[in-house]
Design a protein around this ligand. Structure first.
Ligand code: ADP
Length: 342
């Protein structure tokens, strides 16, 4: 009991709420911070059940989890006024009680939300003018194809077109990330013919591929059922654009990028294969991490945020699929995605 007292005291001094819960799920002791964080009157918590104190049914599961395997964490919003965002950690003590620690992270969450909203707004604002510049650069490119201009002008215009393409891609990825961080809209699931998605992707990236001197090709099964998955068409299109965009970006002129669709037992396999620079073995697992780039110098030269694959993985996981990569440095890469059949 003296021990309990010391622990509650220490937690209090650190500004952390602490509760001790007995085996029957009732609060035995609670420090002042716990009362404050839960919006309870001083000294009112002992004797209450956790449900009464937290007004959040998840807390009982958390305590049971702690009783079963000795460590459990959740983030909850308190019923107090104003509501707080609190991280709750429950841990089984040697005496059979569960110690619950409450940490107020409202301010951190608020700052995170502001950052996300900022990125979101900025990307939205940038997207429209950028897309316009992009279209103008593209039109200019077509215009000078029909005109007598110096090779240098031709080169400059191609470069502008290329770089604005990268910018548009980056802004799109930042927007996607912001959406993911905000907990985003639910998937609109329907039957999706991957042949259609592949064709649309190739159409979209063709100008970029042509400039890079890369050939785009598809290999698709003839039977529609062997190409159809249950998913959100827009998200799947975005997934494929990210993979094919990378494949082109890291390929040498004169090589080809192939999009395969193959039926498996209960899944459809989508593969994007290139014969580009490849990925060193030690980086293979890490390329799906946010902001990860294999060779920073090279990646920065070709442009990119390091977000494309993180977004791709997120989309695949939301579809209950799998994504992986095989690659050999200097030979090329194959990104594979297995998605449940429709
Ligand atoms: P980025 O915007 O930098 O392309 P990604 O998340 O899409 O970000 O990719 C992360 C890193 O993985 C890239 O910077 C690159 O180093 C590597 N990578 C991705 N796709 C390929 C590929 N097809 N061939 C070689 N390297 C690749």
């Amino acid at each position: 009991v003296a021990d309990d007292e010391a622990q509650l005291e220490l937690a209090e001094r650190l500004g952390v709420g602490m509760l001790l819960i007995n085996e029957g799920g009732r609060i035995r002791r609670a420090n002042a911070s716990a009362h404050r964080l839960l919006g309870a009157k001083p000294q009112s918590l002992p004797g209450k059940t956790t449900m009464e104190a937290f007004v959040d049914h998840r807390i009982e599961g958390l305590i049971r989890g702690a009783q079963a395997d000795s460590d459990a964490v959740a983030e909850i919003t308190t019923a107090s006024e104003p509501a707080l965002t609190v991280i709750v950690r429950a841990r089984l003590q040697l005496d059979g009680n569960v110690a619950v620690l409450l940490e107020d992270v409202s301010e951190l969450r608020r700052l995170r939300r502001i950052r996300t909203e900022f990125v979101d707004n900025l990307s939205h604002e940038l997207r429209t003018p950028l897309t316009t510049v992009r279209l103008l650069a593209e039109s200019l490119g077509m215009e000078i194809d029909r005109t007598e201009v110096t090779p240098r002008i031709r080169e400059y215009v191609a470069k502008i077109d290329d770089e604005t393409g990268h910018l548009v891609q980056m802004v799109t990825e930042l927007l996607d990330l912001a959406q993911i961080e905000q907990g985003e809209a639910p998937l609109r699931v329907q039957d999706v013919d991957l042949a259609r998605v592949a064709a649309a992707t190739i159409e979209r990236l063709k100008p970029y591929a042509e400039r890079q001197g890369v050939e785009l090709r598809t290999e698709l099964p003839g039977v529609a059922a062997d190409r159809t998955v249950g998913g959100d068409e827009e998200r799947l299109a975005q997934l494929l654009v990210n993979l094919v965009h990378n494949a082109i970006k890291f390929s040498a002129s004169g090589t080809e990028v192939v999009v395969h669709v193959r039926p498996l037992d209960t899944e459809i396999l989508l593969e994007v294969e290139d014969h580009g620079v490849g990925i060193p073995r030690r980086d293979l697992q890490r390329v799906f991490e946010r902001f990860y780039k294999v060779d920073r110098a090279r990646a920065d030269r070709v442009g990119g945020t390091g977000l494309g694959l993180a977004i791709a993985r997120h989309i695949v996981e939301r579809h209950h699929g799998r994504i992986w990569v095989e690659s050999e440095e200097g030979k090329g890469s194959r990104f594979s995605v297995a998605l449940p059949r429709a």
